[in-house]
Design a protein around this ligand. Structure first.
Ligand SMILES: [Mn+2]
Length: 431
């Protein structure tokens, strides 16, 4: 059984008795007759491995479970222009479905399939057009009431079940995430080797994309952030068009996607290859916060534990740097750290870079468990201000790794990316 078929079986078991309808993502126009590069819906892909647009998965759960794919038909003329299509016949065998039908028959077939099933599962509320379409099909089933056919009387958002499944990565997912992480590590090393003063940020970005693509990772998992100097203090800076200057730091937040799975790495290093004393002082604080947070990312710690641990190290560092006064407790209590650290220490990682899965269960931070993958990414961002020592101005540092929780502790998937001051300076000096 493929991992995808196994996941379908698990979802049907969780559904107990009902029908699920899970569409993939639509194609999106960029301008005129040009589309953005196509990206399938993550949950649809998780259950099918099928990458073409215009496809819908239907699962019938109950005594005789069935998994059915609706997809595009073979079309010689369209395939000459737009490329290969698997087609209805090949999709059945190749992807292990019980039945496959042309996508054009979706509404008509659903009207048959939905009869006498008590529950309808689909991504409720995700798309207004789908909501309307599902209700219309359900009404068509209701219209058959006099022939003894009942329509589902309960509609459930299937994302609840799906997201909980996706939160725990299986062996095949972890293998893809390791590969994505390894390629991204190589890309960060390439960027460190290539960087020098007088370049534009986009020239360093080109090196990242080159390294992703030449290893088969065609797409970045998210737009790369290549932020020199003051730009590093803009959290989602993506213009990437400024000149890199001697004496500035460069913050790169970039990762590729492999087989649909994201990697997400941030490194910060000096444009000229050598940290200034002030840059090194701040860097060591963020690095210590990250090390402490990674050590806390282990089973039976809560999701929030790495953040709290990182926050304590950062707060002490901000006191040492004279950015904040008082005690660690007072800095955290009063949130006087927030001008310098305004985001949380990580997020789930998977098919989506900010992956699905609840962070709290019944109002409490959930416990970390084997199979979960998260990022650990503390930072420090110091904007110019009169009360701040001038040598700290415009220092923006973030250090981010991808961490898989294991039974015994954790595995840092991105460990191949230079991180200490010594490692970074060595890579940059051995171009
Ligand atoms: Mn991240």
């Amino acid at each position: 059984m493929t991992p995808h078929a196994h996941r379908r079986a698990r979802l049907m078991t969780a559904m107990q008795h009902g029908i699920a309808v899970i569409p993939t993502a639509p194609e999106v126009a960029r301008n005129a007759d040009t589309h953005y590069p196509y990206r399938f819906d993550s949950s649809f892909y998780y259950l099918t491995g099928f990458v073409e647009p215009e496809a819908v998965l239907v699962l019938i759960a109950g005594d005789a479970p069935q998994s059915i794919l609706f997809c595009r038909e073979k079309d010689e003329a369209r395939e000459i222009w737009d490329g290969y299509r698997v087609g209805v016949t090949a999709a059945k065998d190749q992807f292990g479905f019980d039945a496959t039908y042309p996508i054009a028959q979706l509404d008509e077939k659903l009207t048959e399939l939905m009869g006498n099933l008590p529950k309808l599962f689909y991504p409720l509320g995700a798309d207004a057009a789908w909501d309307a379409r599902m209700l219309k099909i359900r009404s068509a089933v209701q219209a058959k009431a006099r022939s003894g056919i009942l329509a589902p009387d309960q509609i459930t958002d299937v994302r609840g079940l799906l997201h909980e499944m996706r939160l725990f990565k299986d062996a095949s997912e972890l293998a893809l995430m390791r590969r994505a992480a390894a390629i991204s590590a190589q890309a960060h090393i390439r960027a460190m080797r290539f960087t020098h003063a007088g370049q534009f940020e986009y020239q360093v970005e080109a090196e990242l994309l080159h390294e992703f693509c030449r290893h088969g990772a065609r797409d970045p998992a998210y737009p790369s952030i290549v932020a020199g100097g003051a730009n590093a203090c803009v959290l989602h800076y993506v213009e990437n068009n400024a000149l890199l200057r001697d004496g500035d730091l460069l913050l790169i937040d970039a990762g590729c996607e492999v087989g649909g799975y994201a990697s997400d790495i941030t490194r910060t290093f000096p444009v000229n290859g050598k940290f200034s004393p002030a840059q090194r002082d701040v860097y060591q604080i963020v690095l210590a916060a990250q090390a402490a947070a990674i050590a806390a990312a282990v089973p039976n710690q809560t999701w929030d534990a790495p953040h709290q641990v990182a926050l304590r190290v950062l707060a002490q560092g901000f006191i040492d740097l004279k950015l904040c006064g008082d005690s660690v407790e007072a800095v955290i209590e009063s949130e006087s750290y927030k001008p310098f650290y305004m985001h949380r220490t990580g997020h789930w990682l998977g098919l989506d870079v900010h992956d699905v899965g609840d962070y709290k269960v019944n109002g409490n931070w959930r416990n970390l468990q084997a199979g979960m993958v998260l990022t650990i990414e503390p930072g420090c961002y110091i904007r110019p201000a009169d009360h701040i020592p001038r040598e700290l101005w415009n220092i923006g540092i973030r250090i981010e790794d991808d961490v898989a929780i294991t039974a015994m502790g954790n595995e840092v998937l991105t460990a191949g990316t230079p991180k200490t001051v010594v490692e970074i300076e060595a890579v940059m000096h051995n171009k």
